[in-house]
Design a protein around this ligand. Structure first.
Ligand code: XMP
Length: 317
């Protein structure tokens, strides 16, 4: 029988044997998978694990600063790199979802590479790839049409020539969380919803501007904090807000407005492969909608997504 305790023991021993005194570089994303992978490796090789946490400018509000702090408190050897401007430049004028993923993936590799080159004699690249990532990448490359080019799998620049270490590649998400608990990683961090690598870029339909990112960060923070206050956060597998590329007419005082529409999405799932929309309480939706429209300038309408996967996907892009 699989237990997190046995998995940690076995994996730490294997990592020690495999890596020895060599150096490993790992990209932290703020998510559960890369964090658990980092703590496992840290346990095995200590300061020879060099973590890089890149701010792509498409994270949730205040996320970069607060998560970087948490990583430092956990004793990880981590460098935070704010590359927001570089990502926003690379994304300028791109509306196509796959085009966004490609631009972000390429920029991430460039930024990561620049940072990795500062570390002398690094031999390994560690990644928090989990089993569903492996499966979905296989289907991306398979004959049955493209799903999505998940940028956190594969796509290594040739000249880095690093050997890849993926200690979680046989685990499902719930198992990763159990391993994280075994490693005494903060409960709140372990309970975090999944968040896509391309971040808010694929929740801003159409082209991306700093103003749209700011609007969506505000809306998303109201929604997510609301879920936490109403004790709904842990009942939901993933949630977020989507900024739609349309304006709608509204009214404020005696004036007509013509402003943005946002969609809220919350789903239940076990692995993201299938998902059902969550029946959130009307009282919560009403309160959240009012708060968003009152507080976030530029938004005058909120809708709730009641589509399940399949045939819809969790993200809108
Ligand atoms: P979909 O939208 O395909 O999403 O139903 C399934 C899960 O995958 C996440 N997702 C991504 N994660 N890079 C990622 O790292 C991506 O390009 C990407 N696209 C979707 C999504 O947030 C959900 O958890």
């Amino acid at each position: 029988e699989w237990t997190p305790e046995a998995f940690v023991d076995m994996t730490v021993n294997e990592l020690k044997a495999q890596i020895g005194d060599d150096k490993v570089v790992l990209g932290l994303s703020g998510g559960v998978d890369s964090t658990v992978a980092a703590v496992l490796l840290h346990k095995a090789i200590g300061k020879n694990l060099y973590c890089i946490f890149v701010n792509n400018g498409l994270l949730r509000k205040n996320e970069f600063e607060s998560v970087l702090d948490q990583y430092k408190h956990m004793g990880l050897n981590v460098r935070g790199v704010d590359a927001s401007a570089r990502f926003l430049d690379a994304l300028a004028g791109i509306s196509d979802p796959e085009g966004k993923r490609k631009a972000i993936g390429k920029t991430f590799i460039d930024v990561f590479d620049d940072e990795a080159h500062r570390i002398q004699d690094v031999k390994y690249l560690a990644q928090g790839t989990i089993y569903p990532d492996v499966i979905e990448s296989i289907s991306v490359n398979g004959p049955s049409a493209t799903i999505k080019s998940h940028h956190n799998v594969g796509g290594l620049p040739d000249y880095m020539k690093l050997k890849v270490v993926e200690p979680l590649r046989m685990l499902f998400k719930d198992e990763v969380r159990r391993v994280g608990a075994e490693l005494e990683i903060d409960k709140e961090l372990l309970g975090r919803h999944p968040f896509p690598g391309p971040g808010l870029a694929i929740r801003i339909l159409g082209d991306i501007t700093p103003e749209k990112v700011r609007i969506l960060q505000e809306v998303d923070a109201i929604f997510i904090n609301g879920l936490k206050e109403w004790m709904l956060y842990d009942k939901v597998w993933q949630a977020g807000a989507i900024l739609l590329p349309v304006n709608s007419v509204g009214v404020m005082g005696d004036e007509r407005t013509y402003e943005k529409v946002v969609a809220l999405r919350a789903v239940e799932s076990t692995d993201g492969m299938t998902a059902d929309w969550v029946n959130l309480p009307y009282d919560f939706l009403q309160k959240t909608s009012n708060t968003i429209i009152n507080r976030v300038k530029g938004v005058n309408r909120v809708v709730y997504d009641i589509s399940s996967k399949p045939p819809a996907t969790i993200e809108w892009e």
